[in-house]
Unconditional design. Structure first.
Length: 192
């Protein structure tokens, strides 16, 4: 598979084919065995069982899984993905109740060294490990330190300033049902 590794106690899968969703999930759960390509393909099949061309992944079978696959995979682990409304400030997040984040960003399409005029999407895991938040992007050579809660919120604010990026909050089913991931105070919900 990918040239995966554990550096400083952090599991980090690197990009192979169009399997960034798989890498993001495994990096989020810090386990090579959290999910497999076969399992994500099976989820695609279960989401659209009676179609010839599955809309949830690449036609070529290289990956490129959509958000529905990620959400279904997370549910298999007792988690939920909550789309974060960019009109809100990251200050509204109760980080102690959040397992991690999955960021969806635009990505250039290359054929070798040639940049093609096509756009695709890329999935990135962000999570706290040993008290520090990391960007676990599979395109990075190693995990990138974001920092503590203040730096994380600044980082998320910066990412969400782009109209093309989307953030999903990963929480347990209980936290999703009880809304514990978000402060109720209306002042923290206002984007600054």
């Amino acid at each position: 598979m990918a040239m995966n590794g554990i550096a400083n106690g952090i599991y980090h899968e690197k990009q192979v084919k169009e399997l960034c969703a798989l890498h993001a999930l495994n990096n989020l759960f810090q386990s090579r065995d959290a999910f497999t390509k076969a399992e994500l393909d099976e989820i695609c099949q279960s989401l659209s069982p009676h179609v010839w061309i599955n809309p949830h992944k690449s036609l070529l079978g290289l990956g490129n899984y959509d958000v529905n696959v990620i959400m279904a995979a997370l549910q298999r682990k007792g988690c939920e993905a909550i789309w974060f409304d960019k009109r809100k400030s990251p200050d509204c997040l109760q980080l102690s109740h959040i397992r991690g984040f999955i960021l969806n960003v635009p990505s250039d399409y290359r054929l070798g060294f040639v940049l093609l005029p096509l756009r695709k999407r890329h999935w990135i895991a962000i999570r706290k490990i040993a008290g520090v938040y990391y960007n676990l992007d599979s395109k990075l050579d190693a995990p990138n330190v974001i920092g503590q809660e203040t730096e994380l919120k600044s980082y998320l604010r910066e990412q969400l300033d782009s109209k093309e990026k989307e953030l999903f909050i990963v929480v347990s089913k209980h936290v999703e049902e009880t809304h514990l991931w978000e402060y109720e105070d209306n002042m923290t919900n206002i984007k600054r």
